[in-house]
Ligand binder design. Structure first.
Ligand code: FAD
Length: 309
């Protein structure tokens, strides 16, 4: 099976979510060609993750409709019956357009390998798993970030220039404004997340959250009321109406654990809840619980982690 994997890059290197998509395709048993549109250094890391070849189109395309045309053309040129893209902001916009162009069945946000024509994905906010049969010969899937990991044992991939008619742009991006400048890993890709809620009582108390996050090299998150009240920026809001995360470790302080919050965090591998109320619902979803005052527990955790060096 030939697979074309769309790999977004940042500063010429494949994003972690993009590399996960490559490793996913390789684990599915495919011969993987990665497609990079935009800046690329070397093979961008795609070879180590499992790609045998990288197709590179240097144009800095921003219109997802144009990128989709290029992805579909590359899939056609490679005789690919499977197209994989990461389920990130760009893959989510590109993949459905590619599926339409290829006449392919598509499953977004898969959490299991494609076996034959069957693939798994989470449904009902992670409370159930659907086994989906893709009936078409050509298939398109997007991979849930942090669900598969990135392989690193492959050899460097050959890089070939690729050209295709991307058509007219229907939109242009005038500029980018970073919503976070602290250099932390974006929430969907974060391996460790420290999150806090209304129990912190005000934005002036976020220093203890930031110190723990810094000590653990974690990304910060918050509950929805906290961002609604303007205590924290909206890009930190996790949950049903915010960002869905899947880190190895999720520490939640002063968060009750409402169902809408859990919908975005319950795929975390290990959940630690810190709450003064032993009946807080989050304790039922947590792997470890600390019944205690966040104002005492968070600084102690930070100090303990700092002693580890
Ligand atoms: C349609 C809809 C969508 C929603 N989407 C989301 C969403 O995406 N994400 C989301 O988070 N919410 C969402 N909500 C809101 C959700 O229902 C809850 O209201 C919200 O998650 C509660 O936030 P919280 O846990 O920070 O606050 P609270 O529910 O007020 O909980 C605060 C917790 O802090 C504890 N606490 C107090 N003091 C301390 C202390 N000193 N130390 C430790 N613990 C302390 C309390 O015991 C309590 O458990 C949504 C609601 C609706 C209706």
């Amino acid at each position: 099976m030939n697979c074309l994997t769309f790999v977004p890059t940042k500063n010429g290197q494949a994003t972690k979510a993009g590399l996960e998509a490559v490793s996913y395709a390789k684990q599915c048993g495919a011969t993987v060609t990665a497609l990079v549109v935009g800046e690329l250094n070397g093979d961008g890391g795609a070879g180590a993750a499992g790609a045998s070849k990288v197709l590179h189109m240097g144009d800095n395309l921003q219109d997802e409709g144009q990128i989709a045309r290029v992805v579909a053309a590359a899939a056609d040129a490679e005789g690919a019956t499977l197209v994989v893209a990461p389920h990130d902001h760009i893959g989510r916009a590109v993949a459905p357009r590619v599926a339409v162009r290829m006449g392919a069945g598509m499953v977004p946000g898969v959490t299991g390998l494609l076996q034959g024509s069957e693939v798994k994905k989470n449904v009902f906010s992670g409370k159930a798993m659907a086994h989906v049969n893709i009936e078409t010969e050509k298939k398109v899937v997007t991979t849930t970030p942090n669900a598969f990991g990135v392989a690193s044992d492959g050899a460097a991939a050959s890089v070939e220039a690729f050209a295709a008619d991307a058509g007219e742009a229907r939109l242009t991006v005038k500029g980018f404004e970073a919503s976070s400048e602290d250099g932390s890993v974006p929430l969907p890709e974060a391996v460790r997340v420290v999150s806090a809620g209304r129990g912190l009582k005000g934005p002036e108390h976020w220093g203890i959250v930031e110190e723990l996050a810094q000590a653990m090299q974690a990304t910060k998150a918050c509950s929805r009321p906290v961002s609604d009240m303007g205590w924290r920026p909206h890009h930190e809001h996790v949950g049903q109406t915010g960002i869905t995360i899947r880190p190895d470790l999720y520490i939640a302080a002063g968060i009750s654990g409402a169902i809408q919050h859990l919908a975005g965090v319950n795929q975390s591998k290990v959940i630690v809840a810190i709450n003064t109320d032993p009946e807080a619902p989050l304790f039922k979803a947590a792997d470890y619980g600390i019944v205690g005052d966040a104002f005492e527990v968070l600084p102690k955790l930070t100090a303990a982690i700092e002693t580890l060096g």
